[in-house]
Design a protein around this ligand. Structure first.
Ligand code: PMP
Length: 281
């Protein structure tokens, strides 16, 4: 049986629920975090906890549990669900209150939900060896993409557009014509000169924890990174392209908008970084 954790209790997954007037449900007034679990361990655990704390702080949602308490809940959840390879999902909403846009005047308790699931890392490995395809699509999101909120409708529509086009991911393009990031991944290219390029981490993108780890891996490998936007055209002409996220690690991109990247094979730097990431995170 699958279990979820809701507000202090482990419940059978199919019975786990929250109130209809939960502000996460009503307004997307909630943040979330996702950890990859590999061989029973949380990958990049600290980075994801730090980002969770920052997201909560930016929205003035009180932390519902200490980090130590959350670590304990997560390990119990993984144990009960017998997950050793997969992911953990955590969501914290401002809580439940009579529907009104402004924060409730009275103190309310944040809602906390945790679920986990198994993932087939072997299938992800095969996908990385083959490479994936992406499309580009307009970035239709709000101005605080650095906060990891559950306000994901533009991301949902972008991913759906990708799937309908037979692609795996959609790279979002801002009004200046630069790629910001994917719908659930950060976007990277390698220039002909061998430099890694990824969008600067301001309010326009999620500060990926995998992205940050790749900065460290790249430094150790003596690779240079330019933090700046790049256009779809620059990406079509790149030597390599790839994307990063907690659940896909580093995944080579072999075509963008039907333009084959280089010779259409996964790039060697992307694969090197994937290996380095899996050793370090
Ligand atoms: N950008 C967006 C919009 C995302 O949803 C994600 C996945 N959380 C990422 C980037 C990658 O972030 P991370 O490496 O922390 O998973």
């Amino acid at each position: 049986m699958r279990f979820a954790y809701v507000n202090g209790r482990f419940l059978p997954h199919r019975e786990a629920s929250i109130h209809v007037e939960d502000r996460g449900f009503q307004f997307a007034d909630a943040v979330y975090e996702v950890w990859s679990v590999r061989k029973g361990r949380l990958m990049d655990s600290d980075g994801h906890f730090q980002r969770l704390e920052r997201s909560l702080g930016e929205l003035r949602i009180p932390a519902p549990r200490s980090r130590a308490a959350l670590e304990h809940i997560i390990s119990e959840l993984l144990r009960r669900n017998r997950v050793t390879n997969g992911l953990v999902y955590l969501q914290v909403s401002r809580g439940q209150a009579r529907r009104d846009h402004a924060f409730p005047k009275q103190r309310i308790t944040p809602t906390i939900v945790l679920t986990c699931k198994r993932l087939d890392h072997a299938a992800a490995e095969t996908r990385a060896e083959r490479g994936i395809t992406v499309i580009t699509t307009p970035d239709q999101r709000w101005a605080r993409c650095d906060i990891k909120t559950v306000n994901l409708l533009p991301n949902v529509l972008a991913k759906q557009a990708a799937h309908e086009a037979g692609a795996v991911e959609a790279w979002q393009v801002d009004t200046d014509g630069h790629v910001t990031e994917g719908s659930s991944t950060n976007a990277w290219i390698v220039t002909k000169a061998g430099k890694l390029v990824t969008r600067q981490a301001d309010h326009g993108i999620l500060h990926g924890i995998t992205r940050a780890r790749i900065f460290k891996c790249a430094q150790e490998l003596g690779l240079e990174i330019e933090e700046r936007g790049f256009t779809p055209q620059e990406a079509y002409d790149a030597r390599e392209a790839f994307l990063t996220s907690a659940t896909s690690f580093v995944t080579p991109v072999i075509a963008i908008d039907n333009h084959i990247i280089a010779n259409g094979e996964p790039g060697s730097l992307a694969l090197t970084l994937r290996g380095a990431y899996l050793r370090e995170a």
